[in-house]
Design a protein around this ligand. Structure first.
Ligand code: PMP
Length: 286
């Protein structure tokens, strides 16, 4: 395996960053995860637009032009011979003596790109069974709209899910409403077949899969309601599911120990999963 680190393609085992990297010391950085199918990047333009926004919000400079970044991502995918999988990209504020203040002007941001194979059939077999979710209090900061590598609450939530025998955790805000999953956006289907998901204006990351699923769902004739929902509403819903580049559309069959509907993956979630890639933008291989 190979990884790109600050201008070099290194063997994965030897791909390291400096001990005084701002990402290591302060989680002072952002990332993107992009799906790869048939060796192609899925929804690259949307991921790159969100990367630019995350960097702008944190006042970290873009490490290289978007076309150059595209070349690096493709090269990492190629060198790792990934056909189905994920490419991971991380940018931090760079290497500087530890100090909360930003480093001196001109300090170059650090950039790392990795890629790994993750056969889509593995996700498909998980989706055929559906997954369990637990709820946890949302104790994150207010800027969860930025895709930062500062993910401690998300790490603790995902681990709590695993230890409870579940696969994902959904955060619940102070008003008792679901915000999103530890690394996914949360959705339910109402009795009359409407898709409900929280507005991206507060409390969530604007997932790229979420954005694209709006188009998929509309084309399939579904109505979408952007509004918050509670755990109780989700437990009583016709279906529940979550979205992410790493999961596409994943049916949720149990929430805090209660089965959703008959405890089997919903037909609408299953249809949306099947149809997702009809709408996902496929970028050329090079
Ligand atoms: N919310 C959070 C907190 C996430 O970490 C992710 C995945 N990075 C998502 C939602 C889903 O985003 P996307 O569809 O772009 O993968």
């Amino acid at each position: 395996r190979f990884a790109y680190v600050n201008g070099l393609y290194l063997r994965h085992a030897e791909a390291v960053v400096h001990v005084e990297d701002r990402g290591y010391q302060f989680a002072d950085g952002v990332y993107e995860v992009c799906e790869i199918r048939n060796g192609r990047l899925i929804d690259e333009a949307l991921h790159m637009a969100r990367l630019e926004r995350s960097l702008r919000e944190l006042r970290i400079t873009m490490p290289m032009s978007l076309p150059a970044l595209g070349v690096v991502m493709r090269e990492v995918v190629r060198r790792n011979r990934v056909r189905e999988g994920l490419v991971y990209l991380q940018v931090t504020r760079g290497v500087a003596p530890r100090n909360h203040l930003f480093p001196a002007e001109g300090t170059p941001p650090s950039i790392v790109v990795t890629a790994k194979s993750a056969p889509s059939r593995a996700g498909d077999s998980k989706a055929e069974k559906g997954v369990s979710v637990i709820s946890v209090p949302d104790n994150r900061w207010e800027r969860v709209d930025i895709k930062t590598v500062s993910l401690l609450p998300n790490v603790l939530a995902k681990q709590a899910a695993k230890e409870a025998g579940a696969y994902e955790a959904w955060f619940v805000d102070a008003d008792g409403m679901v915000t999103e999953g530890s690394s996914t956006n949360a959705w339910i289907v109402t009795a009359d077949g409407k898709l409900v998901t929280r507005p991206a204006e507060s409390g969530i990351l604007r997932g790229i899969t979420r954005t694209v699923l709006f188009e998929v769902a509309k084309a399939a004739g579904y109505r979408i309601e952007e509004r918050p929902f509670s755990i109780a509403e989700a437990q009583a819903a016709r279906e529940a599911f979550f979205t992410a580049a790493t999961a596409v559309v994943m049916p949720v069959v149990e929430l805090d120990g209660k089965p959703i509907a008959n405890g089997a993956p919903g037909t609408i979630a299953t249809e949306l999963r099947r149809r997702f890639h009809e709408f996902a933008a496929v970028a050329p291989a090079r």
